[in-house]
Design a protein around this ligand. Structure first.
Ligand SMILES: Nc1ncnc2c1ncn2[C@@H]1O[C@H](COP(=O)(O)OP(=O)(O)OP(=O)(O)O)[C@@H](O)[C@H]1O
Length: 231
């Protein structure tokens, strides 16, 4: 066994094409990225530049047409869906702009569900109550998603994303619908998550989010614009 610490995220020469009839969209054209544990990297770029496509590949939610993704030394890409799902549960937390919670479960139930899916043999690092305290939602533990404010929903989504003790947190426009106060609150939490040792990759248009990053990388038309620091 090696004692060398693997980067949390290695994306090598990723390509992703979408085909609809005769039309082909080259969403990613040879994108590489390395993110260390404890680092918060922001992927910026105009609408349609490939940010969500890249994040879906990093999270193992989608498969690249070329290249591959390795998380904590485990290859995610080009593996059967069932294997990717298991790796994702073990290594990845995903936070989206919306739709992070199951509607018929309360906040507590949503967080507990993620921990239950990992199986009884895996002891969570943080109990459900601790996760809710981390995101300042202890008092809203029994609220349903529909009963939460936008800021509360975002923080509940973060608790869900952290419930599986992810090595890598992937956040796609996590503050897109928030006011400045709530955006800063979520950003503070993302910084804490990185300080706690996770690699955090955030896609965002927001200058506030960029200001909180260790590195900001810009995609243009499926490629890094100004390769500096990307790989
Ligand atoms: N499922 C799909 N089928 C066809 N084309 C797609 C699909 N998903 C994305 N695309 C195209 O791929 C390109 C990259 O899209 P992507 O959603 O990754 O961009 P983005 O930078 O996240 O944009 P935004 O900031 O608006 O969310 C766009 O041209 C988009 O239209």
């Amino acid at each position: 066994m090696t004692t060398l610490r693997q980067p949390a995220v290695v994306a090598h020469d990723l390509y992703r094409f979408y085909r609809a009839g005769d039309e082909e969209t080259l969403a990613l054209r040879g994108v590489s990225l390395t993110v260390a544990a404890g680092e918060l990297v922001v992927v910026a770029g105009p609408s349609g530049s490939g940010k969500s496509t890249l994040l879906a590949l990093l999270a193992g939610l989608d498969e690249p047409d070329g290249g591959h993704v390795t998380l904590a030394g485990e290859r995610m890409s080009h593996r059967p869906e069932a294997r990717r799902t298991l790796l994702r549960r073990r290594l990845v937390g995903v936070l989206r702009q919306s739709g992070n919670l199951v509607g018929h479960l309360d906040v507590r139930g949503n967080v507990a569900l993620v921990q239950a899916l990992r199986g009884r043999s895996v002891r969570p690092r943080r109990a459900v109550a601790d996760l809710l305290a981390l995101v300042a939602l202890s008092a809203r533990a029994h609220a349903l998603p529909a009963e939460l404010s936008g800021g509360e929903l975002a923080r509940a989504g973060l608790a869900v994303a952290l419930a599986g003790d992810p090595t890598v947190l992937i956040a796609d426009e996590p503050t897109g619908e928030l006011d400045l106060v709530n955006e800063r609150r979520v950003l503070g939490l993302l910084r804490e998550v990185a300080a706690d040792g996770a690699a955090v990759v955030v896609a965002s248009h927001s200058a506030e989010v960029a200001a909180a990053a260790d590195r900001v990388l810009r995609l243009t038309d499926g490629r890094w614009a100004g390769e500096r620091g990307a790989a």
